[in-house]
Write a protein of this length. Structure first.
Length: 245
């Protein structure tokens, strides 16, 4: 997001090709030259001048006061229906959604556990920087990236006109993928799912969990959960009362 509270999509960012002094973390300000992406009609989508990135101040880890101040600038939708209405009427393709309840986490085998030739070709295209790597080096580097062999989906509930509605969307948050890699290394192939589920089904929903939703360029009506935002609950904040019967 920018300082005015506008959500901005910068894509692609070949992060591993960014010089060390330009690399940035989550919740860190950067300055850079950006321009509207000519090939992407989504209003939030912009291209970034990679060599213009200047990494700035980091928001202190664990200090949510300043982060809350920034989040308060954003529209937070209470239901997916509201977000989809904003897409249809206003062209919104990025938005924060606060579900009433996380119902379950689905873990399904990915269609392919290894990179397909088509995926490698796409990754090469997105990450290529002329004259930096030759084709063999580039392909070998991409093959070393560990592909997560599972797809993760949240089924969540929202209150819409006093009624409970359920939705299911795929999670493509990098942190979720990295969590899988970490617990897989720590607990092995047979033991990773329990701590993974605890984090996404128990720990995060106990906070003020918000889903950063974004659409797919080629399929403008299809939404993904692109990031999970989970500040602690405010003192006055309580769980919505959802009657199950």
């Amino acid at each position: 997001m920018d300082e005015q509270g506008n959500l901005i999509r910068l894509y692609p960012v070949p992060f591993r090709l960014v010089t060390e002094d330009q690399q940035f973390a989550k919740w860190q300000w950067i300055e850079a030259f950006i321009e509207k992406s000519p090939a992407d009609r989504r209003p939030e989508s912009h291209k970034i001048g990679m060599d213009t990135i200047s990494a700035g101040a980091k928001l202190p880890a664990g200090d949510w006061k300043e982060r809350r101040t920034l989040l308060d600038k954003l529209t937070v939708y209470d239901s997916f229906d509201e977000l989809e209405k904003a897409r249809v009427n206003e062209g919104v393709t990025l938005g924060l959604l606060r579900p009433a309840r996380i119902a379950t986490l689905h873990i399904r085998k990915a269609a392919s556990e290894e990179w397909t030739p088509q995926e490698i070709e796409k990754l090469e295209y997105l990450q290529r920087q002329p004259n930096l790597f030759d084709e063999r080096q580039e392909r070998a580097s991409i093959k070393r990236l560990e592909k997560v062999p599972f797809d993760f989906h949240y089924t969540y509930e929202c209150l819409v006109d006093g009624e409970i509605k359920s939705y299911t969307h795929k999670i493509v948050d990098w942190e979720a993928s990295q969590l899988y890699r970490n617990v897989r290394r720590q607990h092995g192939a047979e033991g990773w799912e329990t701590p993974f589920r605890k984090k996404l089904e128990v720990d995060l929903p106990s906070k003020d969990l918000m889903l950063l939703m974004g659409t797919i360029h080629r399929f403008p009506g299809q939404w993904l959960i692109v990031s999970l935002v989970y500040p602690p609950k405010l003192q006055h904040q309580t769980d919505p009362q959802i009657s199950l019967f």
